[in-house]
Every structure is written in C-alpha cells, then in structure tokens.
Design a protein around this ligand. Sequence first.
Ligand code: AMP
Length: 433
Amino acid sequence: MAITLPSGFEDMLPAEARFYHGFVETARRIFGAYGYVPIITPQVEVTELFVRGIGEATDVVSKEMFTAISGENLNTLLGGGHIKSKSRLTLRPEGTAGVVRAVVEHDLVPQGAAPAKLMYAGPMFRAERPQKGRLRQFNQIGIECLGAEAPSVDAEGIIMLMRFFSELGIPSESMVLLVNSMGCEKCRPAYRDAVRAYMAAHAEKLCDQCNERAQINPLRAFDCKNPACREVMDAAPKITDYLCDECRDHYATVLAYVDAAGISYVEDPKLVRGLDYYTRTVFEVQALDSSSAQNAIGGGGRYDKLVEEVGGRPTPGFGFALGFERCRIALEAAGKGVSDAPSCTVFVATVDDSLKPQAFGLVQRLRDAGVAADMNHQDRSLKSQLKLANKLQARFVAVLGPDELAEGLVTVRDMVGHTERTVPFDEVESALF
Ligand code: AMP
C-alpha cells in the first residue's frame, strides 16, 4: 500500500508553493520598508528554551510540543536511562523563543545599540488536534523588535501587519483587529489575584481544567472554549481596571498611533493570547468570513521579560507572527485563489527526433539569455508536443524542421497573437523579445 502523509501535515504542490514564495516575498518587501531584516534560526531548539520562554502551564508547552528524539537517546530511554536536559530537543512550536535565543547568544543588541528588527519565515510544529486551519506543521512569518520599549514600536508593528494583510488582498471589512494591554510585572499580579478570587467564587460553574488553571495561571481561562466557562469569564475583572500608570500611558500611546494611521480596531480586555511571555500590548487579527473555526490569522505583542527569562540582559521586545495557511483560507473566502502560472516562455518542438540535439542546444541558449525554455523529453509527435506547449502555457513555440534548419531558419509561433514567422536559428533570443 502506498504511504501517505500523516494527518495534520500538508504538501504544498507547485501552484501553492509558488504562492507561498510570493507571500514571503511580499512580507520581505513590506517589512523591509520598516527596517526589518531576515534571520534564519534552526527548526529545533533545546526543549528547555520553550519551557522557560513560552511557559510550562501553556497548552503549547504542556500538550503540543513535538519533542525530537535521536536514535541514540531513544535507546537510552528504552534501556531505562536518563537523557540530559540539554540533549532534549523540540521542534519549534513558534518563532520568538529561537530568535530571542539567537539575539542573546550573538549579542545582537549590545547595550545602547539601536533595536534589532528581525523577521523570519518558516515551519512551526504543534501537536494539536488537526482540523481546517489547524495543522501540526504550519508556516509562519514573524517579526521581532528587540531593544526598544517605546509604544511607537508596537504601533508600527500593528500597522505593518495590517498593511501586509491588505496588500495580500484580504478585504479590511473581512478582518478585525483586537487589542489589549496585559500590564506588567508591577500591575499584573494584583489583576491575576483578582481573577483567581473571582474564579474561586464561581468554581462550581467552571470546567475542571479551568479550576486547575485558576491555581497556576488563571488568565488562561479566558481562552477556554467551554460555553459555561466563557459565560463566567465574560464577567471576570478587566485588566484595564488594574493597569498601572505607566502601562496605561503606554497602551494609550499605542492606540493613538494606530488611530492616527487610520486603522480600526476593537479593544478586547479578555484578549490574553496563549503564551505566557506577553507584557503590555497584545493583539490578534481575526478573519471574519473564514470558513474555519480557526480564524486567528496573526497576532503578537510585547514581551519585556522574555530575554531575561532565557538568560539575557534585560531587553524589551515586541513581535508578531502570522499564519500562511490561515491567510490562504481567508483569501479563498474573499474569492482569491491561486492559479497555475506559466513555467515556460518558449517551447522548442521538433518535427522529428533527429533534431533533438539542435533543440537541446537552443533551449540552453534561451535559458542562458534568461528566457524560461523547455523541450520535449519524451516520445511525442509534433502534434502532441504542441499540446504540451499549450499545457505549459508557453508564449512561443519554436518548431525545428530539417529543411528550414538546413537554411539556418526556424519557425516561431506566437501562441497568444496566433501569428507565425521565420527567424534565423542563431538569433531566436533577440528576434523574440
Ligand atoms: P500563535 O503563536 O498561536 O499566536 O500563532 C500565530 C499565528 O500562527 C496564528 O494567528 C495562526 O495564523 C497561525 N497558527 C498558529 N497555530 C496554528 C496551527 N496549528 N495551524 C495553522 N496555523 C496556526
């Protein structure tokens, strides 16, 4: 029996893969205009990085990590041995922790330096239950700005993300931007205590998991999908009533910059995001017309404590990530699919097989001149070669025939204009363009 892909994983076939490259290129262009430069970090990191960075009590760390095990370590485990913590490796479930690790390891933000503005693109891995828009391997594009606390960083990040979505073609009326501030280590503890006390008072209505969450990290309960928990949490204390003056000012300035850019948003005091490292600004963009229950197309926020958490100097940070597959679903809902683009500009056909060496030479010459060219590599009649050229959406077909070639000529058909002309074999490149 043929071996097939495990569920939660997807192949990107050529049209999709081409679209993905364009998607990343658009991000590189737009984010580049805001000063973001690319960084590529490995897809595997030491497990401890995610445990410390993302937080032990998060769903991502407690349930969804794919922990990689080498053959050697597997044998050690099967033999009842112990694997040292630095040999425990995990496929990255998100991009921020790895980028922050690299920034610290290579000292990319020396004291007093301008902030490092970094962008990444690539696959992430989470062992979630697969469904539409929720994969076990998915592709994210993200940015991280390390070394600046100013609200202008948060605002320009949000504006840049919205600009990317609109340039992709997601209509602005089909998405909503939710924003909130989660406070800082000064004001959040009191808020967390207030939520914990509120949850204790409503314990009988909450699910077991939320009652457990109330002990470790009560704010996680805002993400619970259970309708009874939702109803309880809807009336829970609001962070906005607990922010300290600095956090309130920071948040107000972020919103003022976003307002000035003409971007609309909804303030959502229940937005806490799934990862523990956020402080102050958090935001999420949801697709409204999406046919999928998984409608968060991107999100992020500020993480002023994360760098210290992974062992670096205190360095403020801000970042976001957006998901390629969910953007595709949102684009499809907006009637924007991907189409096959032509991969061949000139197809070189031959009247008979004896002319294949000349055809081979001509396609090489065309490629050297930067023209996408191809020829028949199988057993095909001229008619079938022309069909193939059509299928490849070739703009021109050069037909090599023995008599013409003896005179140094070749017939070129313009497949769009439906015209035909004879040009010198040695000058096909210049004659066509
Ligand atoms: P998160 O780190 O969970 O905020 O993820 C950032 C973005 O990545 C989300 O807004 C989604 O677009 C995308 N994403 C997260 N998890 C998945 C998943 N399991 N499958 C597909 N896309 C995802």
